[in-house]
Design a binder for this molecule. Structure first.
Ligand SMILES: Nc1ncnc2c1ncn2[C@@H]1O[C@H](COP(=O)(O)OP(=O)(O)O)[C@@H](O)[C@H]1O
Ligand SMILES: [Mg+2]
Length: 383
C-alpha cells in the first residue's frame, strides 16, 4: 500500500483505521453470519453498505475462520452473466494451489469455463458458453454445492442484488431461493440500494425470498461519531481542523457518508495545516464548481416541470408534505397529481429518494452536492 495516501477514502476499503463507527451494525452482521442466518442489508446508495461488508470480511479474513466472497452484480444483465460473476468471484477467492483452493479450482475447471484475463487489472475472469438457461441454473447449483462441501464455512455477499429483477429469466429469484435453502455451510448477505426493488424481493408475501432473511439496517453515521472520526483522522496526519469546520462539513453533506468522505478528501488534498471555517466554505464552493457540468447534464435529462420540482425539493432540504397546498403554491408546481407524477419520475431516475424508515418520512435530493448546488443557484450567483 502506498504510504502517504489520503486517509479519507472515496472508494475501496483500507482497514478499520479509516473506517468510521458502524460498531453495532458490524456486531449484528457478524452475529448473523456466526449463527447461520442469511442477511439483507438495505440502504440508499453511498451510505456505506459495501464498506460495511468489507469491514466485516476483513475481520473474518484476519482470523481465517470463514471464507468470505464478495460479488457485485450491478453490471449483469442475465443469468449467464450472473453465473460468470459467481464463478469468477469464487475462483479469485481461492487462488492457492493447495488445500481447499485447489479443490475448488479443480471442481470449477470440471465445469469447463473459459478463463480470460482482465486487460487492466490482469485478474482472471471466468465465463461459460452453455446452450440453454437450464444449464446455467445447474452450474449455479454446482458452484454453491462445491462451497457447501468444504470444511470451512463460506459467507457470500451479493451486492446490488435487486439487479436479478432485470434479468429476462423471471424464475431467477425462485431458483436461487431453492438452491440457497439446501445449503448448510454457506450463508448469504444480500445487499441492495434500490429500496423499492429490494422490498419487493424480500418483503412481499408472494415472493420466494419472503421472510427468509434477517435484516441489518444501515442508517446515517451518528453525528458525534463522525465528528470524532474527522477530527482524529486529520490529526493522524498532523493536521488540525476547527470544531466549527467539522460541524459545517457534516451539516453541508447531511452526514451522507460518500459526500462527507469526498468533502474531507478534497480538503485534505489542499494541504492546509490548520483548517478554519473559511477554508472549508471555500472548498465547498470549489466542489460545486468542479461538478457543475454534471449538473447541467442532469438538467438536460429532465423536463422543465421535473427540474422545478427537483429545485423545490432541494430548497426544502427535507420535504415532508409533498402534497400540501403550501408547498405546491410556494413553488408553483401545478396540481397535486402533477407533483405525484413528478416525484415518481425523480424517484425512478434516482434523483431523489424517499426515506420511509423514520417517524416522519420525507423526500430528499439523493446527491448532496447537487442539492447544495441547486440551493446556491437559487440564492446567489456564485459562479
Ligand atoms: N464507515 C465508513 N467510514 C468511512 N468511510 C466510509 C464508511 N462507509 C463507507 N465509506 C466510504 O463511503 C463511500 C460510499 O460507501 P459505499 O460502501 O460504497 O456505499 P454503498 O455501498 O452503500 O453505496 C465509499 O467511498 C466508502 O469508502
Ligand atoms: Mg455499494
Amino acid at each position: 500500500m502506498e504510504k502517504d495516501f489520503n486517509p479519507f477514502l472515496v472508494s475501496g476499503y483500507k482497514g478499520s483505521e479509516y473506517f468510521c463507527d458502524r460498531v453495532n451494525e458490524t456486531t449484528l452482521l457478524k452475529s448473523h453470519i456466526k449463527n447461520n442466518k442469511n442477511t439483507t442489508l438495505f440502504a440508499i446508495r453511498r451510505l456505506g453498505k459495501t464498506g460495511l461488508i468489507h469491514h466485516v470480511f476483513e475481520s473474518f479474513n484476519k482470523s481465517n475462520t470463514i471464507a468470505c466472497i464478495y460479488v457485485d452484480i450491478l453490471g449483469t444483465k442475465n443469468l449467464k452473466e450472473f453465473t460468470n460473476q459467481l464463478a469468477t468471484a469464487i475462483y479469485n477467492r481461492f487462488p492457492e494451489n493447495r488445500g481447499i483452493g485447489k479443490k475448488i479450482v479443480d471442481a470449477i475447471k470440471l465445469l469447463r469455463p473459459l478463463i480470460s484475463y482482465d486487460s487492466l487489472s490482469g485478474s482472471p475472469e471466468l465465463s461459460f458458453e452453455l446452450g440453454e438457461a437450464k444449464q446455467y441454473e445447474k452450474t449455479i447449483q454446482q458452484l454453491f454445492t462445491f462451497l457447501d462441501q468444504q470444511k470451512i464455512k463460506t459467507v457470500f455477499a451479493i451486492d446490488e442484488f435487486q439487479q436479478i429483477l432485470e434479468y429476462p429469466e423471471k424464475n431467477t429469484e425462485a431458483l436461487l431461493r431453492t438452491y440457497i435453502q439446501q445449503l448448510k455451510n454457506v450463508n448469504f448477505i444480500f445487499c441492495g440500494s434500490n429500496q423499492k426493488m429490494m422490498h419487493e424481493i424480500f418483503n412481499s408475501a408472494k415472493r420466494p425470498f419472503f421472510a427468509s432473511c434477517s435484516n441489518v439496517n444501515l442508517n446515517f453515521i451518528a453525528l458525534h461519531e463522525y465528528e470524532v472520526f474527522i477530527t482524529n483522522t486529520f490529526k493522524l496526519k498532523n493536521r488540525k481542523i476547527s470544531t466549527d469546520s467539522v460541524s459545517f462539513i457534516l451539516d453541508w453533506t447531511k452526514q451522507h457518508t460518500f459526500y462527507t468522505q469526498y468533502f474531507c478528501n478534497f480538503l485534505y488534498a489542499l494541504n492546509i495545516k490548520q483548517i478554519a471555517l473559511g477554508d472549508v466554505q471555500k472548498a465547498a464552493i470549489e466542489i460545486l464548481i468542479q461538478n457543475e457540468s454534471i449538473y447541467y447534464q442532469y438538467r438536460n435529462l429532465l423536463t422543465d416541470s421535473q427540474w422545478n420540482l427537483l429545485q423545490a425539493v432541494a430548497n426544502e432540504n427535507k420535504l415532508f408534505k409533498a402534497h400540501s397546498k403550501k408547498f405546491i403554491d410556494k413553488y408553483k408546481l401545478g396540481t397535486s397529481s402533477m407533483v405525484t407524477r413528478g416525484l415518481e419520475s425523480l424517484l425512478q431516475k434516482e434523483m431523489i429518494y424517499y426515506n420511509a424508515g423514520v417517524e416522519q418520512p420525507y423526500y430528499e435530493v439523493y446527491d448532496k452536492f447537487l442539492m447544495r448546488w441547486l440551493q446556491h443557484k437559487q440564492s446567489t450567483h456564485f459562479m
